[in-house]
Design a protein around this ligand. Structure first.
Ligand code: GLU
Length: 463
């Protein structure tokens, strides 16, 4: 059996969006599933629109998503160069082949590929009704996803422009032949080009690769109907990087845009996706992008991370927000995160959720404060808490002892539970009435911070 060779062939003319990432991923998954080779080929023949920064974004996004290529830029391989702009000689050779075979002619300075006419088949009657002036016999495309697709080219087409530059159809096919590509997995928008490509493969006497045209991706339901475009919200992979999504979660979500395992599970580790991934299980119908679903999957991934790994992801987020120094204490960081990991839905919300653990400059929820100050005797409650907690030494500052101190306080006031003292204390130390579990939060904040904040808030209150 021949080794599977697939390629992802982006043009560096724009940002790396969900559609490109999904195409790259499906190729990569198929290569890994079959033990084949994943080639990255840069289709940079459009000199006017290529930008080096877009190329960097392609590399960067692919690496971020863990899609390593076996052959291509920065790595090399036996079938290079992997930039179309550097393959001029190869294209010339192939142009000459077609010229010699009498399959080309010049018209208005451009070089045309001559279709072979008069190849009538069983589809002819049908096509004659559909397409005027059918020139070539219809081509049957055997698509791994769509089954048999029949298309016919009605016109000869340009393979080399008047300025000497070969066209997309031509270089795309030449490279697939030269790079020994066995499977062409690409977006459905290319289906309309495929009959041209098949004609070229035939003209070169080369085997036609197995095609698999991936379904369209539709806009997020929140953004209306139709095909998702590069300009739609949530379309760029870079955005997820900036918003600190976990690459494994994004990759998992992308895998579900048109593919699903038979048991319909969603959260799957990459090894399992690779193991189950088959082209024939890709759906024909359009896939719908749903950012909420991606965010939800990301949250599930975040919850399951061991705290050490979570801290590894959280550190740059908190550093960027100016909350911790690069060399901040790992032990304290992990203790804070162990408390908050469950409650924070996305890493980008971590700074606002944990600010008071790292800084004295944290916001106070004025509405919550107004409500708290309306009942009971807040100033007195705070004085009582301060007195009770200052009995504990630094060494005694643990969940159990703190809990006991509150219980004793309650009892001394004839109460069964210390609920009268909790909300005002929580507000004093965190500026809010919600957050992680109360007593463990005090433990992690530490004696000094807690007492100082309780005292400070107490002193601000009138009464
Ligand atoms: N450069 C083409 C694109 O970005 C690749 C087409 C193909 O995969 O054959 O759409």
């Amino acid at each position: 059996m021949t080794e599977t060779r697939v390629r992802f062939a982006p043009s560096p003319t724009g940002f790396f969006h969900i559609g490109s990432a999904r195409t790259a991923l499906f190729n990569w998954l198929y290569a890994r599933h079959t033990g084949g080779t994943f080639v990255l080929r840069i289709e940079d023949t459009d000199q006017e629109r290529n930008r080096p920064e877009f190329l960097q974004i392609i590399y960067n996004s692919m690496r971020w998503l863990g899609m390593d290529w076996d052959e291509g830029p920065e790595i090399g391989g036996d079938y290079g160069p992997y930039f179309q702009s550097e393959r001029g000689e190869i294209y010339q050779r192939y142009l000459d082949k077609l010229k010699e075979a009498g399959r080309t002619y010049l018209k208005d300075g451009a070089l045309y590929f001559r279709l072979e006419g008069e190849r009538y088949t069983e589809y002819d009657e049908y096509l004659k009704a559909e397409v005027e002036k059918v020139k070539a016999a219809p081509v049957e495309i055997d698509d791994a996803i769509r089954g048999k697709v029949v298309r016919a080219e009605s016109r000869d087409f340009v393979i080399c422009r008047a300025d000497g530059s070969p066209t997309f159809h031509f270089v795309n096919v030449v490279d697939d032949i030269e790079m020994k590509i066995t499977h062409v997995v690409r977006g459905e928008d290319h289906l309309s080009n495929t009959s041209k490509h098949v004609e070229l493969f035939h003209a070169f006497g080369a085997p036609v690769p197995q095609y698999a045209h991936l379904p369209l991706i539709l806009k997020d339901p929140q953004d209306g109907k139709g095909k998702m475009s590069k300009r739609d919200r949530g379309a760029l992979i870079e955005e997820y990087q900036e918003r600190h999504f976990l690459p494994a979660a994004v990759r998992n979500y992308l895998a579900l845009l048109g593919w699903s395992p038979k048991d319909d599970r969603e959260k799957m580790d990459i090894g399992e996706i690779i193991e189950k991934f088959e082209l024939k299980d890709i759906q024909k119908g359009a896939a719908r992008f749903d950012e909420k679903k991606m965010a939800h999957l990301n949250q599930e991934y975040l919850k399951e991370l061991p705290v050490e790994t979570y801290a590894w992801h959280a550190r740059p987020v908190l550093t960027e927000a100016g909350l911790i120094a690069e060399d901040a204490d790992e032990d304290y960081l992990q203790r804070v995160l162990a408390l908050c990991q469950e409650k924070v839905d996305a890493l980008q919300n971590l700074p606002s959720f944990t600010r008071y653990f790292f800084s004295e400059d944290y916001p106070k929820d004025e509405k919550a404060k107004a409500k708290l100050l309306k009942k009971g005797a807040p100033k007195q409650r705070l004085a009582e808490v301060h007195a009770a907690l200052s009995q504990l030494s630094d060494e005694q500052w643990e969940d159990e002892a703190i809990n006991q101190a509150f219980m004793d306080l309650a009892q001394a006031h004839g109460q069964e539970k210390p609920f009268q003292w909790w909300p005002i204390t929580r507000f004093a130390v965190s500026g809010t009435t919600s957050g992680p579990d109360f007593v463990p939060m005090l433990t992690v904040l530490g004696r000094e911070r807690v007492l100082a904040r309780v005292q400070r808030f107490h002193d601000q209150l009138e009464g």
